[in-house]
Design a protein around this ligand. Structure first.
Ligand SMILES: Cc1cc2nc3c(=O)[nH]c(=O)nc-3n(C[C@H](O)[C@H](O)[C@H](O)COP(=O)(O)OP(=O)(O)OC[C@H]3O[C@@H](n4cnc5c(N)ncnc54)[C@H](O)[C@@H]3O)c2cc1C
Length: 219
C-alpha cells in the first residue's frame, strides 16, 4: 500500500503579486531546507499535488512559494483560492539546485530565470546576501518583476519582451549574447525548458564548460 508522507501545514497568507501570480505563505513546522530546494504540495485531501520551489529564505520562520496561475491548470488555480487557516499537504524538501557554503565563498554566480523560475533565486539571494551574484529575469511585462526590491542594488536585471520598460529589452538569451559571462562563472538556470536549452547552447558557445551549468526545469 502506498504511504503518503505529506504533512499538514496551515496557510498564513495568500498575497497577489500580479493578476496571474501570487505567494502562499504557510507554517514552517520546523522544516529544515537548503535554499534552491522544492516542495511537493496540494490542498489537504486532494490527490493532485505539484512541485514548487521554496521562495522564502532559510532563516524565515515561515515558508513561501511563488505560483504562476495557469488558466488551463489544475492545481495552481485551486491554490490561489486558499485562505488563512486552510491546510496544505506538504512533502519535502527535495532537490539539489543548491549552493554549498564553500562554493558561495569562492565563486561568482549568474542566475538566469524565466517567469516564476525566479523563485529559487529569491530564496538563494535572501538566504546568502553576501554571495557574488547577478540575476537576469526573463518576463513579458515589467509587472512580472516580482518583488525586485528584495534584491540588492544592481543585482536584478529584468529582460522584458513586450515593451521597453525593462532594464533590458529582449529575451534573457539576447541579454546573454550581448553580455557574455566570464568563463569561470557558475550559471544556474530555472524555468521553461526551451529557455534553458537555448541559454545552455549560448553559454557553451561562449566557452563556459558544462560543469559550470546547472538547471531546474519547471515545464
Ligand atoms: C522542481 C519544480 C519546481 C517548480 N516550482 C514552481 C514554482 O516555484 N512556481 C510555479 O509557479 N511553478 C513551479 N513549478 C511548476 C508546477 O509544478 C506546476 O507544473 C504548475 O503550477 C502548473 O500546475 P497546474 O496543476 O496548475 O497545471 P497542469 O494541470 O499540471 O498543467 C497545465 C499546463 O501548464 C504548463 N505549465 C506549467 N508551469 C507553467 C508555467 N509556469 N507557465 C506556463 N505554463 C506552465 C504545463 O506544461 C502543462 O502543459 C515547478 C515544477 C517543478 C518540476
Amino acid at each position: 500500500m502506498a504511504t503518503d508522507y505529506h504533512k499538514t501545514h496551515r496557510v498564513e497568507e495568500v498575497k497577489d503579486l500580479t493578476p496571474s501570480a501570487y505567494i502562499v505563505r504557510f507554517q514552517k513546522n520546523g522544516m529544515q531546507f537548503q535554499a534552491g530546494q522544492n516542495l511537493n504540495l496540494g490542498l489537504k485531501g486532494d490527490t493532485e499535488k505539484r512541485d514548487y520551489s521554496i521562495y522564502s529564505p532559510e532563516q524565515n520562520e515561515f515558508l513561501e512559494v511563488l505560483i504562476k496561475e495557469i488558466t488551463t491548470g489544475l492545481v495552481s488555480k485551486k491554490l490561489r483560492r486558499l485562505q488563512e487557516g486552510d491546510e496544505l499537504e506538504v512533502d519535502g524538501p527535495f532537490g539539489f539546485f543548491t549552493i554549498s557554503g564553500e562554493s558561495r565563498k569562492k565563486n561568482k554566480f549568474l542566475f538566469i530565470a524565466s517567469g516564476s523560475g525566479i523563485a529559487p533565486f529569491h530564496s538563494l539571494a535572501l538566504s546568502y546576501p553576501e554571495m557574488d551574484y547577478q540575476l537576469i529575469h526573463g518576463i513579458r511585462n515589467s509587472d512580472e518583476a516580482y518583488e525586485r526590491k528584495h534584491y540588492a542594488n544592481g543585482k536584478y536585471i529584468s529582460c522584458v519582451t513586450a515593451d521597453k520598460s525593462g532594464d533590458f529589452h529582449g529575451r534573457v538569451t539576447d541579454y546573454l549574447k550581448q553580455n557574455p559571462p566570464d568563463k569561470d562563472t557558475l550559471c544556474y538556470l530555472c524555468g521553461n525548458v526551451n529557455m534553458i536549452y537555448d541559454a545552455f547552447d549560448i553559454l557553451k558557445e561562449q566557452g563556459l564548460p558544462s560543469s559550470n551549468l546547472f538547471a531546474e526545469v519547471y515545464f
